[in-house]
Design a protein around this ligand. Structure first.
Ligand code: SIN
Length: 283
């Protein structure tokens, strides 16, 4: 039997997992090692996992209940799997900007398990950023200030009826997203959270969904958030993952951001995403 191995990516975030075959039965010890590695490394990469949708769901359910994303169109016959697709004639991709999935929810999702089915010959990478190292490399003074602040996160400006995509003439996201009328609630979270698995502190704001700092004027919020985003995007916090069919990235939303690079126009990219239900976050 293969032994589970976890090897850091060599970049600013993430680790490669080998010695695990999602086609077979996975021991409780291996699930526990994967969970701990997720908490330590923020994102785990697996190669050559040619699995069925049932196996994808079964693997995810060993970590938590599945959170069905209300905005992503699901895979036909698999409501628990969100489809992340871009066709050769489409220009917009899903996730093409820095974000943390589901930070707009009161109980943000743990993370997602994204499986590549079809990938372009080149391009279509996903870049991940570590919110552990983004936090750890701030000054003690700023850490102290941030430890007392909370930020508001929203889905309205991205998925709601007033989202730019409904007004942009060249926006072809179309039916890949849905349920704009359910983008109604906002959530407030500490700007520095203690990670539920690792116990480490992480920066918890993101360019996609954070809309302001509680009790601060818009101009003040924008200035501090922009500064934090510039800091978090520095190369030393990043790892760029290249996909192939059968690759999996299993990321933790509490410890990372991600950005799907949209540089493969004219090619098809098809991924299946299963998202895990999370919990309220504390400082
Ligand atoms: C996402 O943001 O969930 C999609 C990431 C990707 O397609 O690489």
């Amino acid at each position: 039997m293969n032994k589970l191995t976890i090897e850091p990516s060599g970049g600013g975030v993430g680790a490669f997992v080998s010695g695990i075959d999602l086609n077979g039965k996975i021991s409780a010890d291996d699930i526990s090692s994967v969970r701990n590695a997720l908490g330590d490394h923020g994102v785990l990469f697996l190669r050559n996992q040619k699995i069925s949708s049932e196996q994808h769901i079964a693997f995810a359910e060993q970590f938590a209940e599945i959170n069905i994303n209300r905005f992503f169109t699901p895979v036909a016959d698999y409501p628990k799997i969100a489809e992340v697709r871009k066709e050769p004639d489409q220009k917009k991709n899903i996730g093409g900007g820095w974000h943390t999935d589901h930070s707009y929810d009161t109980d943000p999702a743990i993370g997602s398990i994204l499986l590549a089915l079809e990938t372009p010959p080149t391009g279509g990478d996903t870049i991940f950023a570590s919110m552990y190292s983004a936090y750890e490399t701030l000054s003690d003074g700023l850490k102290e200030t941030l430890s007392r602040l909370r930020a508001t996160h929203s889905s309205r400006h991205v998925f709601g009826p007033d989202a730019p995509r409904f007004k942009e003439k060249d926006n072809d996201i179309g039916d890949r997203l849905r349920n704009a009328d359910t983008a109604t609630q906002d959530a407030v979270h500490p700007m520095i959270i203690r990670h539920p698995i690792s116990g480490r502190k992480a920066l918890f704001v993101n360019p996609g969904f954070t809309v302001g700092i509680e009790g601060w004027a818009e101009k003040e919020s924008k200035a501090l958030l922009e500064m934090l985003y510039e800091h978090a995007k520095q190369p030393e916090h990043l790892y760029r993952f290249q996909w192939a069919p059968g690759s999996i990235a299993f990321w933790d939303n509490r410890a990372t951001w991600h950005h799907a690079v949209n540089d493969y126009h004219g090619e098809r990219r098809l991924m299946h995403r299963v998202t895990l239900r999370g919990e309220a976050l504390a400082a």
